[in-house]
Design a protein around this ligand. Sequence first.
Ligand code: IVH
Length: 682
Amino acid sequence: MWKSPPMSGTENAEPQRRASELRARIDEANYRYHVLDEPTISDAEYDGLLHELVLLEEQHPELVTADSPTRRVGGVASEEFPPYQHTVPMLSLANAFDEEDLRAFDARVRKLAGSEPEYVCELKIDGLAISLRYERGALVSAGTRGDGRIGEEVTPNIRTVRSIPLTLRGAVPRLLDVRGEVYIAKRDFERMNKQREAAGLPTFANPRNTAAGGLRQLDPKATAERRLSFFAYAIGADEDAPQRPATQSELLAMLRDLGFPVNPHATDCRTIDAVLAFCRRWESEREGLDYEIDGVVIKVDGLALQVRLGYAGKDPRWAIAFKFRAQEAQTKLLDIGVNVSRAGKLNPYAILAPVHIGGVTVERATLHNEADITRKDIRIGDTVVVRRAGDVIPYVVGPVVERRPPDALAYRLPHQCPVCNSLVERPADDAFSYCTNASCPSQLRERIRHFCSRGAMDIEGVGDVLASTLVDAGLVRDVADLYELRANVLADLPRMGKKSAENVVAAIADSKQRGPARLLAALNIRFVGGQNAVILAEEFGSIDELASSEKERLASIDGIGEQIAQSVWFFFRRPENRRLLARLKQHGLVMIGLKREHGHPGEGPLAGRCFVLTGTLPSLTRTEATDLIVKAGGRVVASVSSKTDYVVAGEASGSKLTRAQSLGIPILDERGLRKLLADYSV
Ligand code: IVH
């Protein structure tokens, strides 16, 4: 409730001065954080200022102002949302799904305009449209779009969105409706879901629904917990505006000056080809953003031309939404199958009624593990949401509970390995179950496939199919057997001829030269992938040296933690692994390589530079990327710290990327890495 400040009162002068000072500093911090993206104070300092203001207002309730940042979560829970009348209707946009649609839009605009129009391309934020009303610079109300004319009033909830200014900056109009999108950042979405998981609550399926649901909470405290964000992109009604932008680009700049977060990727495009390039770029780079987008909005830049073009029905003629191909679809879960990995891990997967997602037919999707299936309460027969984003393997997001048939069946993982019938074990504190039989044909096949894969020994011709055939025919019981295969025996196998048999044998023989790093990556040592394998091989120079190393020595290596050290040490203590290595040595596999000299950083253009790899790169495996960096004199370590010079991030990068961002470490994609290597090598 608005309270007028006391008229005088010397006893209040100091608290009042301090309260205004705190409010100004908090508003400024919000603006710098949310709008300029240049935070100047830490989260702790911010919380400290807010806390001080809360205490001050508790002691001096007469000092409270309606727009005080402490009032963001001040509203009371309501029974329902009152209707919200839009003075200027909130319209939707026509959609374009491909190049042809965009060119047709451009042709229409040019014809009507009679001139060459310029466009502004903005990312289409996948959230919820909202209209904010400011009177003399103060936020007075906010409403959802509803049917475009009447929405729902959600003012108390909107006030909890920290990036929405409660008061505008600079010269303000008497009245202004600002429009934009409320959304939840991916990182806030993940944090929420982690918290819910820890509290035993069902998790949210996707960011958009979480944001939409967040705004429709009856209690603003529940909205505040979702940490919603906002981007402004349009204005509705305005009266007595001190400035009138002439173009959409100027309008975005004006909104930013008034204190609104405006998406930084809006770009002027002079031709439809430039528009198309922008759309294509963001369709492939959307995963790298911290918020979801579902397309690009293309707007004619000149506002006078916009007015001239007008509307066709409810859609403006001056704008169009280019929609990306969907990343999610619903389909029926027909059954659940189980794969057994090279480590014996039982991996349940969904067998789906075929469904098109992003231009691909999906029939299988991962279900992670039994605990995940139970937590999400996924049942056979359910309609499920399947997601396929970028290069990530399709996965089942969760069931559509409203569409559950009465005979949907809860799932339990089998107690016996589905391949070899051996007992299955689930170690304490592990979400996964394991087949206990080390000679399980499925484990063996996967170990062989992995041994021959591109990031490991890179043996062309031995993939899924041949690995299965070799195991089923009893020709290969461990990876050393590969080096004893004869072409005449292979040639008799199904789908093999003399020539391909000879090629496979030659490729296997060729792989003997790969060296210790590749071999280590191929051996199926728990936690040792391409990157750690290179670190270990470089540190010891030979497999023998590594095999006889003590645990403590291993753990002391930069980039190798306790867990990896324990696993490596244990691997080389097992007699069957020692026997396997002895046989590989007998077959002539190269087990000695280059050792990195301590105290002398590697030579080369990247000497002394420290890299961390995370996620999947489009064309390089971890081993290949590590090789390139190491050859250029750089180092690759496992975890991000202030000593890291670069983080190379690919698809599905996780906490390492977030940490790098928070430490301000330069982040490269594969292209960036290649460019760095090329730049330095001239
Ligand atoms: S302009 C008449 N710009 O997309 C023009 N809309 O399909 C109105 N959206 O309802 C919208 N990002 O919820 C515009 N940069 C952007 C947008 C955007 C997301 C949403 C908005 C709108 C829908 C249109």
